[in-house]
Design a protein around this ligand. Structure first.
Ligand SMILES: Cc1ncc(COP(=O)(O)O)c(C=O)c1O
Length: 295
């Protein structure tokens, strides 16, 4: 498989919103890089796919839920670049819009149930899958781990190269949604302590985001709760915020990650975390395919 020399370009755009209170905000639009392989997913996959190629693998196998943006991007990449993919899914067979896409992209699906999926961290979990798909490279859930983080470093370069068009000579910090924390870790690695990376957690504390990030990089990041009662829990205030934001500046958000992350930023600005004049880059991490199930 590969080589995968596709490096999509994410535009950096100014964001004008009436709650910024003097904070200057720009958005790095990973939702615009490609109609199918959208968001932070491709960047998290690049190093994993390079490792797969290096190991002589012929395909990729990974895990996720029935709305997984990660599996969606992996399956789309497999179709685009001509390598087979296998998805191990949480729960029981169902045809969500995401699952229908996975099938259309040619991903081979296996439904593990809930107990079977929970066993994914147990030592023997991969054995039967390695036997069934000996030439397939296993990619961790969400494209995580050090390889996933390293693939995100290029985002820092892409944003810095576009500061001029905003009239910015520099910026102070990053703000983005965290699910596994891999993207946060990748930015913190690339920044090497120069600027803080804020991860707005789309999952509760006990999902171990801080531990995941800390296993990769020890400084230069802060994670805060943004999950509003649980992963994928949606409430009227959030939906109203997403609609108002889209009306105000045309930025499409979804309720699981990007909507919660930007709403958490609004709340932190209201609470006085950032002084006027602070320049922040918000990363739109994509996921818009998943909103078919929620909006
Ligand atoms: C749309 C979207 N944004 C953000 C994230 C969080 O990325 P990470 O797992 O690297 O923290 C994910 C996946 O987890 C996602 O699908």
């Amino acid at each position: 498989m590969g080589p995968f020399d596709w490096l999509p370009h994410a535009p950096l755009e100014p964001l004008q919103l009436d709650w910024l209170n003097g904070v200057e905000l720009a958005v790095l639009r990973l939702d615009c890089i490609d109609p199918l392989i959208s968001g932070n997913k491709w960047f998290k996959l690049t190093e994993h796919l390079a490792q797969a190629r290096h190991a002589g693998a012929t395909g990729g196998i990974s895990l996720g839920g029935a709305y997984s943006n990660h599996l969606h991007a992996l399956a789309a990449a497999g179709k685009r670049f001509g390598f087979p993919t296998v998805g191990l899914l949480r729960g029981h067979p169902q045809d969500t819009p995401t699952v229908l896409d996975l099938k259309a992209f040619g991903m081979q699906l296996h439904w593990l149930g809930y107990g079977g999926y929970r066993a994914r961290h147990e030592p023997g979990f991969w054995l039967p899958w390695r036997e069934q798909y000996p030439d397939f490279h296993p990619i961790p859930e969400g494209g995580g781990g050090l390889a996933g983080a390293q693939g995100c470093g290029v985002l820092v370069e892409q944003a810095r190269a576009q500061l001029g068009k905003l009239g910015w000579s520099d910026y102070d910090a990053w703000w983005l949604a965290a699910g596994t924390g891999t993207t946060v870790a990748g930015l913190a690695l690339a920044e090497a302590g120069a600027r803080t990376v804020y991860g707005a957690m789309a999952v509760p504390d006990d999902h171990g985001v801080a531990q995941n990030v800390n296993a990769i990089v020890q400084d230069g990041y802060t994670v805060l709760d943004a999950c509003r009662g649980g992963f994928a829990k949606v409430d009227p205030l959030l939906l109203d915020f997403i609609e108002r934001t889209e009306q105000a500046c045309g930025l499409p958000l979804e309720p699981l990650y990007t909507g919660k992350a930007l709403l958490a930023l609004k709340q932190q600005i209201e609470a006085g975390r950032f002084t006027p004049g602070t320049r922040l880059i918000f990363i739109h991490t994509g996921g818009l395919q998943g909103r078919r199930g929620f909006l």
